[in-house]
Write a protein that binds this ligand. Structure first.
Ligand code: GTP
Ligand code: MG
Length: 364
């Protein structure tokens, strides 16, 4: 790899059981088998998985114990996965440092995400991780679809709506990976994406969207309208068919990744810079407005109350006296070391004053 070329980060996202982990292992094996071998840097972000089919360079399970989180915070499985991910995210700067150290020597960074898609895509932690990675490396979302399941038009549509929401949320280059093509070829899906009329025909005949008499259901009409909207969205997607079991289509996937790298550089990076500049400008404007408001209030106050305005001057002497007064250092308190646990202590009175005859409560 050239010295200036940064590695591309591939984030595998998809519904539970769509084959994310198997796919990560497949592309990992593909890179190892390249001549010369190009081993990627692999991150596992699924705290609840028992066996991963690949050797991860960084594994969330080394940092947080999912079962312990469940017990300690009294949580169910999804709450515990989310909490584990939140805890891990607090350390994500260290992860980024480690990845950046390897940036010179790897071509790809691959991220496997938790089974339940919402936990990663709709949590603050998922967004923080995605944004952090995407602002330092070219990043692409590999959206894994379980092709055999997507033959039902309703499942296909809900998968695509989900993909759509992730695309608009992250704004990152997006590759739809129709996985498991060894079990079900994905040409039907490509047809549906290219021509919404074929999708509408499938809807009209499929059992799940027609009632017992073959008449269209509410679901059918809803999806009919949706297919018109999604037509625009499909134009922004690259899609490839892959079998994570046989390795079919993996080369095409990597071609799509290279195209996405260019898209990231041409579209995402300038957009990121624009958003940052806009955020800075908004913050600056807010600061200026609140300073102006405060000064205006102060001026009104002084005109109304000229006598107190005269007294309202900084007195260096007074300031020093005050500083003398608060020499104590009250920081974080370790409650477990409280001499009498449960005893309320008023922190404003924590320093015993010489002139005070207050008696501290004692345990009986
Ligand atoms: N036939 C076939 N089966 C596959 C393929 N990829 C994955 N599978 C199977 O699909 C099942 C789920 O695969 P995983 O890789 O665990 O899927 P996942 O998305 O990581 O699952 P969670 O993390 O639990 O949500 C397993 O039984 C895999 O063997 C494929 O390309 N073809
Ligand atoms: Mg998995």
């Amino acid at each position: 790899m050239s010295a200036t070329k940064k590695p591309v980060c591939i984030i595998a996202i998809g519904m539970a059981g769509s084959g994310k982990s198997t796919f990560v292992q497949r592309i990992n094996a593909h890179l190892h088998a390249r001549i010369p071998p190009a081993p990627p840097y692999v991150l596992n972000l699924d705290p609840a998985v028992t066996n991963v089919p690949f050797e991860a360079n960084i594994d969330i399970r080394d940092t947080v114990d999912y079962h312990e989180v469940m017990k300690q915070y009294n949580l169910g499985p999804n709450g515990a996965i989310l909490t584990a991910l939140n805890l891990f995210t607090t350390k994500f700067d260290q992860v980024l440092d480690l990845v950046e150290k390897r940036a010179e020597s790897v071509d790809y960074v691959i991220v496997d995400t938790p089974g339940q898609i919402e936990i990663f895509t709709w949590s603050a932690s998922g967004a923080i991780i995605t944004d952090a990675v995407a602002s330092s490396l070219p990043t692409v979302i590999a959206y894994i679809v379980d092709t055999p399941r997507a033959t039902a038009p309703a499942t296909f549509m809900s998968n695509m709506l989900y993909a759509c929401s992730i695309l608009y949320k992250t704004k990152l280059p997006f590759i739809v990976v129709f996985n498991k093509i060894d079990a079900q070829p994905h040409d039907f899906a490509l047809n549906w994406m290219q021509d919404f009329e074929t999708f509408q025909e499938a809807l009209a005949t499929h059992r799940s969207t027609t009632d017992d008499e073959g008449a269209p259901t509410y679901m059918n009409s809803l999806m009919n309208s949706m297919s018109l909207v999604l037509d625009e969205f499909y134009k922004h997607l690259k899609s490839v068919g892959v079998s994570s079991v046989t390795g079919d289509g993996v080369s095409e996937f990597f071609e799509a990744v290279e195209a996405s790298r260019e898209e990231y550089e041409k579209e995402y990076l300038p957009e990121l810079a624009r958003m940052r500049a806009q955020r800075e400008a908004t913050l600056q404007k807010q600061k200026e407005e609140s300073t102006a408001r405060m000064l205006a209030d102060l001026a009104v106050d002084r005109t109304r109350n000229p006598r107190s305005a005269l007294q309202d001057r900084w007195n260096p002497q007074e300031e020093e006296d005050e500083e003398d007064d608060d020499g104590g250092e009250l920081n974080i308190i370790d409650r477990s070391e409280e001499p009498w646990p449960g005893q309320y202590v008023d922190l404003t009175q924590a320093r015993r004053r010489e002139d005070s005859d207050m008696a501290w409560p004692r345990p009986t």
